[in-house]
Design a protein around this ligand. Structure first.
Ligand code: GDP
Length: 439
């Protein structure tokens, strides 16, 4: 989701990678490229300029005469600005007294009917009674489709409302009365797709809203619709008080910039994103996750998962057990270093670390060298010393090892420090906490 923005932005942001000073020229160059990416992603031009100019100004003020890692700084500021744009993480507003109604509106073909079913599926999973109905009298096939979807959910708590009535306002009233009378927790009401220029249909939508008084009015917008999406949304907003956006067809390289425009200009929160035709292809909107995705930032949890995967990929189960039992010794470290070296995992491992922007190829080289040094030192120890590093406090043993390995005092001390840290890291991994680790 937002793959287009993510892929293209990643390229612009590498520009500042090794720069330690943010100059107006550097910012201008980078922001020129970001501007093109935003425009190509279908964000409206005035909004692009407003967003980027404000951000640019702030970055220049904050970094005047200050040395910073340009790349990290720009990403951090972009992250803040995007998170502010996406408002709070607005979960669906679930409860209003005993009964809540959600009304779905938008252009024809935007994905309303499919989204109704997706929402119903989500709510039914919460063990709630959900009634799904439609006032779309103009497209009998949409009704049939929705009915089939609800059947597919195969949950007797989720019911499709059927009626012979043909007049939208009457149907709306019938459905609501039925839902209230029969103790439904939620009503999801699909409306006919309409063109924003069709005044009669827009008035009809307005009247239905007044009659139903929904807890939420979700506006469905297709991620591929382009620049005109903003204008269409504004026309809808004249008639109904939209409380949330659902962005559909977000999978693949969908641009989705139009959703950004709507949210940025009108401050309506995104509630869900959908990413496929199947009923499960819907996600609660999570701004932190989405911004991390747009900026190609690894979330702490995914960093952790990957680091865990790499560390445990070839790690002997015995070592895992020894870590858990506080028995991790220098022999275990040696085995792991050999594995990292053998499978060339060091760069990969480090690239998942939170400080990844700061690790340069030169630093990676240093770490590779360290593996060679540590291996030489550990190889010069007896098995007993590797098992019980406390013995290494003895200066006779220490000197023997240094001499035997051809290394020096500093390197020896570094090894012991890193062994302690490495032990701690792996415990942190077990406790899902990578904070503060430095190789
Ligand atoms: P409506 O006219 O607004 O009710 O739109 P529909 O729900 O009938 O959807 C129109 C088309 O878009 C259908 O072919 C759906 O399967 C498809 N569709 C809906 N949501 C998504 C989505 O998230 N991804 C993809 N790829 N297709 C979707």
């Amino acid at each position: 989701m937002f793959n287009y923005l993510s892929k293209k932005l990643a390229k612009c942001l590498t520009r500042a990678k090794n720069s330690v000073l943010i100059t107006p020229q550097l910012i201008d160059d980078i922001f020129k490229e970001i501007r093109i990416v935003f425009l190509n992603a279908d964000i409206e031009v005035n909004l692009v300029d407003k967003f980027l100019n404000e951000l640019k100004e702030k970055i220049l003020i904050d970094t005047k005469d200050v040395k910073v890692n340009a790349n990290s700084f720009i990403i951090k500021e972009l992250k803040k600005a995007l998170e502010a744009t996406f408002l709070s993480n607005n979960a669906i507003n679930l409860k209003k007294a005993n009964f809540s109604c959600y009304l779905i509106c938008g252009l024809q073909g935007s994905g309303k009917t499919t989204t109704c079913a997706k929402l119903a599926n989500l709510l039914a999973k919460e063990d709630k009674k959900v009634l799904v109905g439609s006032v779309d009298v103009y497209r009998p096939e949409a009704l049939t489709q929705l009915k089939l979807f609800i059947k597919e959910i195969n949950n007797d708590k989720c019911v499709f409302f059927e009626t012979e009535t043909k007049e939208p306002l009457k149907i709306a009233k019938e459905i609501k009365d039925f839902a209230v009378k029969n103790g439904y927790d939620y009503l999801i009401l699909d409306t006919a797709g309409r063109l924003h220029v069709d005044k009669k249909l827009m008035f009809e939508l307005e009247s239905i809203c007044k009659l139903i008084d929904p807890l939420e009015i979700f506006y469905i917008t297709d991620a591929n619709i382009g620049q005109m999406a903003l204008n269409i949304f504004e026309q809808f907003k004249e008639y109904v008080n939209v409380t949330g956006i659902i962005g559909t067809k977000m999978e693949g390289m969908a641009k989705g910039g139009s959703i950004f425009s709507i949210v940025y200009k009108h401050q309506v929160p995104i509630k869900f994103l959908t990413f496929g035709e199947k009923i499960e292809d819907i996600e609660n909107f999570d701004k932190t996750k989405i911004v991390q995705k747009i900026l190609s930032i690894e979330s702490p949890l995914s960093v952790l998962k990957k680091a865990k995967l790499i560390l445990s990929e070839k790690t002997d189960e015995k070592i895992e057990r020894r870590i858990l039992n506080n028995q991790y010794d220098l022999n275990d470290l040696l085995l792991q270093l050999l594995q990292i070296k053998k499978f060339n995992k060091i760069s990969k491992f480090l690239s998942f670390m939170p400080q990844m922007q700061k690790i340069t190829p030169e630093q990676k080289e240093i770490i590779n060298k360290r593996i060679i040094i540590f291996t030489a030192l550990i190889n010069s120890m007896t098995l007993k010393e590797r098992k019980d590093p406390k013995l290494l406090k003895n200066s006779f043993r220490k000197n023997r090892i240094i001499k035997g390995s051809g290394r020096n005092n500093q390197e020896f001390n570094l090894l012991l420090r890193q062994w302690e840290q490495y032990k701690t890291l792996q415990k942190h991994l077990k406790n899902r906490n990578l904070k503060g680790f430095k190789f």
